[in-house]
Write a protein that binds this ligand. Structure first.
Ligand SMILES: [Zn+2]
Length: 432
């Protein structure tokens, strides 16, 4: 058994290597942005990828600013591209991402694996609770659900009540949305007497926030909807790289289509097993707008123990823990917003929250969490539990419900006001 398994892994490695060399050759030939990094590169092993200098979103943004609107990260002539999406970048700038027909087929294949792993198939009707727009998530989910043979209803352009009525009318069996929206929609159903609209939904497939891989948030969604909740992960400029593990929770990186590295932030040094690090990905099957050794800014923690289902792809039980930008080292401890959220959600009647890192006049860095509480007295209990769980003093500021903005899309819940932001993440001292 062992021999046949390792020889099939070796064969997969060989296939990956051949595909990578074909990708690099095609990109180096005609992609001006990538040529400087890739010219003359030939890999003798997949590990040789590490010879190539990584790039990140800021590199792509700078290139698009210098060569507007699409930049030079294009392997083909403009007329070969048939999909144009946008993603928000730092400081409000917009990154444009283009796909050819062939690359979009690759997206579809990767999204097929997401929906298949969540158990969605031809007997399902999938309701997609995303607004229409230039963001890729709706369009990718739409083709992915179609790829497993499911029927689909788009709920863009509807308010929450209309969405619930539509789910009820068609007895939709699966819902695709962000985790915070899954919670919100269930609450709207309760407030508006539409709870029966939830009963046909068996599966909720989430992305866009860490929530669906946080055990407490997942349990909350599953209890509200009486349905299974799954996470998945992707980025417009990279591709849909993570599919859910139905048995173990969290996500696996799709290693047939992505080469994975997990490195200490700000370096290219691989982190030890079980330590948090930044995900660097290479999309093996995307040629038109390639992502080769791309620093995602996503922080993950890989589990070396096999998942209970025995999947061989790298397992991230916590999903995406957060963005490198949102993490901070406060008095020597890594602070993960997702770890704070996990503790907050253990309390009942928690509304929205906002995390602020700031510097006291004493020059000490501190963490403040503004949180909407039905009972302001809960603040003290939350503070105590955060202290026990994270080993860190966190100031809780209770707010009345409804003060903080209601989440939509990728909600940003972290503000960094420290005088010296300093290193974002310290290796090996995670609190999440
Ligand atoms: Zn698994």
């Amino acid at each position: 058994m062992l021999t046949s398994q390792s020889s099939s892994v070796a064969a997969d490695r060989q296939t990956v290597l051949e595909r990578l060399n074909r990708l690099i050759a095609a990109v180096a030939r005609s992609n001006e942005f990538q040529r400087e990094r890739l010219d003359g590169v030939f890999l003798d092993s997949v590990d040789d990828l590490r010879q190539i200098r990584p790039i990140d979103k800021d590199d792509l943004l700078r290139d698009q600013q210098a060569y507007p609107p699409f930049g030079r990260n294009l392997t083909y002539a403009a007329q070969q591209y048939v999909h144009l999406h946008q993603t928000s970048g730092t400081s409000g700038s917009t990154l444009r991402v283009l796909d050819t027909d062939e690359d979009w087929d690759w997206w579809r294949g990767c999204m097929h694996d997401v929906f298949a792993a969540a158990g969605v198939g031809p007997s399902d009707l999938v309701a997609l609770a995303y607004s229409f727009g230039p963001y890729i998530q709706f369009w990718a989910s739409y083709v992915g659900a179609g790829a497993v043979g499911a029927n689909r209803i788009a709920l863009g352009g509807m308010d929450s009540v209309q969405r619930l009525e539509t789910i009820r009318e068609y007895s939709a069996s699966a819902l695709v949305c962000t985790p915070s929206y899954a919670v919100r929609l269930a609450k709207v159903a309760d407030q508006r007497g539409l709870s029966d609209a939830l009963s046909s939904v068996r599966r909720i497939i989430c992305t866009g926030e860490p929530g669906a891989s946080l055990p407490v948030v997942r349990a909350q969604i599953e209890a509200l909807w009486q349905a299974r909740c799954f996470d998945h992960a992707g980025l417009s400029e990279v591709g849909p790289f993570g599919y859910p593990c139905a048995e173990g929770g969290g996500v696996h990186v799709n290693e047939r289509e992505f080469v994975v590295e997990i490195v200490a932030p700000g370096s290219e040094d691989p982190v030890a097993a079980g330590e948090p690090g930044e995900l660097i990905l290479t999309a093996i099957g995307r040629t038109g707008f390639p992502a080769i050794r791309y620093r995602t800014g996503d922080v993950v923690e890989c589990c070396e123990t096999p998942c209970p289902a025995g999947h061989t792809d790298r397992w991230l039980p916590g999903g995406i823990l957060g963005r490198t930008d949102d993490m901070a080292v406060i008095r020597g401890m890594n602070v993960f917003p997702s770890a704070i959220e996990q503790v907050l959600r253990e309390f009942d009647e928690i509304g929205e929250f906002r995390i602020t890192y700031y510097t006291e006049p004493t020059a000490m860095d501190e963490v403040k969490v503004e949180v909407e509480l039905a009972q302001p007295t809960q603040g003290r209990a939350i503070q105590a539990r955060l202290r026990t769980r994270l080993g860190l003093r966190v100031r809780i500021v209770p707010l009345k419900p409804g003060i903080l903005p209601t989440p939509s899309g990728k909600t940003r819940r972290v503000i960094d006001m420290r005088q010296v932001p300093g290193r974002r993440l310290a290796a090996g001292r995670g609190s999440g």
